[in-house]
Design a protein around this ligand. Structure first.
Ligand code: PNW
Length: 473
């Protein structure tokens, strides 16, 4: 059973659905630049230039939202649509008008918006000033956040500052497979993660001191993490490796915000150990300055993006490693061990969600949790009767119910990723995560509900009937 005020949602992100990449005064973002480079950075050189064209077809999205019976909808703002050069010097009123309409239409349909300020699409103008590697980003992000709270906060009460800092840091600045395509193993990702935490904290403090009393909302950041288990549960080495794996993923961002204001101890000691021989020993994982606002306590709820799980054991060559291998500080062999379906990294492990929720409850002092993303993709020929994905949602939601009822985890909501098939980053349109199919071959970008969408709608209406929450659509 779910509480009567449980949030039943679906999520999207601006760059993945909106299109209108240069419409009405929008400035370019790093994803515009990355996609336009070509050369196979993105599957078949796809781009989000048009995507689902939600910039023009928002009302079609609203129909989908209503059809599912959602109580909540999670969207992100395109920073450079609102502030074309990333700063508040110049506000693009047409961008403001677009999001005002989205927010007003949602509320008029009795759907509560959850708004992400930053979902991977940094204004290119800010990348040109150093992007997330630059310490000045905390200040610039804070100004953007204040602008958003000021402009939309009378109606938006659920805020996420930054989506998945882990993915931005690692895929964007270490592997270089996401924009801005920086490949600086072992260095840039830590710096970027650090500046994202500083930026997030600044924005939370601004909300807390300037807007909370009047607007009464809540602010957090969306942290992604796999669940992880030791390959051999009786092996102390495998168990330690698993703890490290979680410390370097979930812990990287959750530990500073929810536990100590600093990175997990094992992260510090590990990075130190693996920096031997480096001239800047001890400098890779930055230190939080005492003169800046604290990171600790800067989340009003825990926002979790969960997709999959991994089996973990330590790298066998670890003792022999000498010198700098910074991209592999976590140093664990991770092995899906569960059958992989959909996207290449996605093993389906619904009970991993329940276990991760329990880990969060026990490690981070029983916070209120929103599952801000969870989902399962299909690749290859489109199957509208997507039975495996329907089952995935049944199973995942069942695990959430158990976590609430049997384990006492304070889960407040569940957001399916995603409302629509959309631009799946480096995989382009080849991987489909939608509850609605989108026909990308036609200018109308027609939306059609999948079996999994009907399944999710059925689950929502069943639980809303049981708890007596009627949808006043
Ligand atoms: C998340 N990985 O990103 C994002 O928040 C969404 O924008 C995205 O569409 C969704 O998950 C599905 O991928 C991820 O490679 C991107 O492990 C890549 C990974 C994980 C999450």
């Amino acid at each position: 059973m779910f509480p009567s005020n449980f949030a039943w949602g679906a999520a999207t992100a601006a760059y993945q659905i909106e299109g209108g990449w240069d419409s009405d005064g929008k400035g370019p973002s790093i994803w515009d630049t990355f996609c336009h480079k070509g050369g196979g950075l993105v599957f078949e050189d796809h781009s989000g230039d048009v995507a689902c064209n939600s910039y023009e077809f928002w009302e079609e999205d609203l129909k989908c939202i209503r059809q599912l019976g959602l109580t909540h909808y999670r969207l992100s703002l395109s920073w450079s649509r609102l502030l074309p050069d990333g700063t508040t010097k110049h506000v693009n009123q047409k961008g403001v008008r677009y999001y005002n309409k989205v927010i007003d239409d949602l509320l008029a349909s009795n759907v509560i918006p959850m708004v992400t300020l930053y979902h991977f699409d940094l204004p290119q103008a800010l990348q040109d000033r150093g992007g997330w590697k630059s310490p000045e980003m905390a200040d610039i992000f804070d100004s953007y956040a204040r602008f958003a709270f000021q402009t939309f906060g009378d109606r938006v009460k659920l805020w996420l500052t930054i989506n998945e800092p882990y993915i931005c840091a690692k895929l964007g600045h270490e592997d270089g497979i996401f924009a801005p395509g920086v490949k600086e193993p072992g260095m840039a990702a830590y710096l970027v993660g650090h500046n994202m935490l500083r930026a997030h904290a600044r924005a939370w403090h601004s909300y807390h001191s300037l807007y909370r009393a009047e607007q009464g909302g809540a602010v957090s950041l969306a942290i992604n993490s796999n669940w992880a288990e030791p390959e051999n549960p009786t092996s102390p080495e495998d168990r330690a490796a698993t703890e490290r794996y979680l410390a370097f993923s979930l812990g990287w961002f959750a530990w500073p915000v929810f536990v100590t204001g600093d990175y997990p101890e094992v992260m510090r000691s590990r990075v130190e150990l693996r920096s031997k021989g480096l001239s800047c020993q001890g400098c890779r994982l930055p230190v939080f300055s005492k003169s800046e606002p604290t990171i600790l306590g800067t989340a009003d709820f825990f926002a979790l993006n969960y997709y999959t799980s991994r089996m973990v054991k330590p790298m066998s060559d670890l003792p022999q490693v000498s010198g700098f291998r910074g991209d592999r500080d976590a140093e664990e062999i991770v092995d899906p061990s569960w059958p992989v379906c959909g996207a290449s990294w996605l093993a389906v492990v619904p009970d991993g969600l329940r276990k991760l929720l329990n880990y969060i409850k026990n490690t981070f002092n029983n916070p209120a949790v929103y599952i801000t993303e969870n989902g399962f993709s299909q690749v290859g020929p489109v199957n509208m009767d997507d039975v495996p994905r329907s089952r995935f949602y049944q199973d995942a939601i069942q695990e959430v119910a158990r976590a609430i009822q049997e384990d006492g985890v304070d889960v407040r909501g569940y957001f399916a990723w995603s409302l629509l098939d959309n631009f799946e980053w480096a995989d382009g349109f080849s991987v489909r995560f939608g509850l609605f199919h989108v026909d990308f071959s036609q200018p109308e970008r027609k939306r059609s509900i999948y079996l999994s969408g009907r399944e999710y709608a059925g689950i929502i209406s069943k639980y809303r009937a049981l708890t007596g929450t009627n949808n006043s659509q």
